[in-house]
Design a protein around this ligand. Structure first.
Ligand SMILES: [Zn+2]
Length: 185
């Protein structure tokens, strides 16, 4: 059923293992090709159950898209962003802006900038936080000006997604979003 490849941003490659996912999260992680190491359970004190969630929090099942239920949840409250923490490990800042090439500056420090704007990516396109926060889709950029310059406009974003092989949006997205997508073809 699965060839062991890492998840690819292609809807066709997304596996639907609904029945499995309800009861066997660890098995699902394995099936999805996740190589996450499950940490030893840690006591949290205060009587809360031990760290049980590592094996659950491995993957969005419909990458690069959210399911409708996940999307509706995030419409109500945007997901917490871990982009900077994870990007710092994946590609530590060199001290130079990846947009203008100039040095980090005290009055204009380097920050993580999303190529696909995070809020729009989640809300308008139902893309997962993990897809949006992938190092391919982030840059270290000066907070002023360069940060904004990184952000792709809608048409650029659609063109980028099409290049990745994503040729349609989830059907639960509103008609105006899908019309805007179709108008870029
Ligand atoms: Zn810059």
């Amino acid at each position: 059923m699965h060839d062991g490849r890492a998840p690819h941003p292609d809807r066709g490659a997304a596996l639907r293992l609904d029945a499995l996912s309800q009861f066997r999260p660890a098995l699902l992680c394995l099936a999805m090709g996740s190589v996450n190491v499950v940490a030893m359970p840690k006591s949290r004190g205060s009587g809360w159950p031990e760290d049980w969630w590592s094996e659950w929090a491995c993957h969005f099942e419909n990458e690069p898209f959210l399911t409708e239920a996940e999307w509706r949840t995030y419409l109500n409250r945007m997901p917490v962003r871990y982009a900077e923490r994870d990007f710092r490990k994946a590609r530590p800042p060199s001290g130079f802006c990846e947009v203008c090439g100039q040095r980090d500056a005290a009055d204009n420090p380097l920050q993580v900038a999303h190529r696909i704007p995070f809020r729009e990516g989640v809300r308008d396109l139902a893309l997962t936080p993990t897809f949006l926060d992938h190092p391919d889709r982030l840059k270290w950029a000066h907070r002023k000006e360069c940060n904004d310059a990184v952000a792709m406009r809608f048409v650029e974003t659609v063109t980028y997604l099409r290049r990745l092989g994503i040729d349609s949006l989830p059907s639960f997205l509103p008609a105006e979003v899908r019309r805007a997508w179709d108008s870029t073809a």
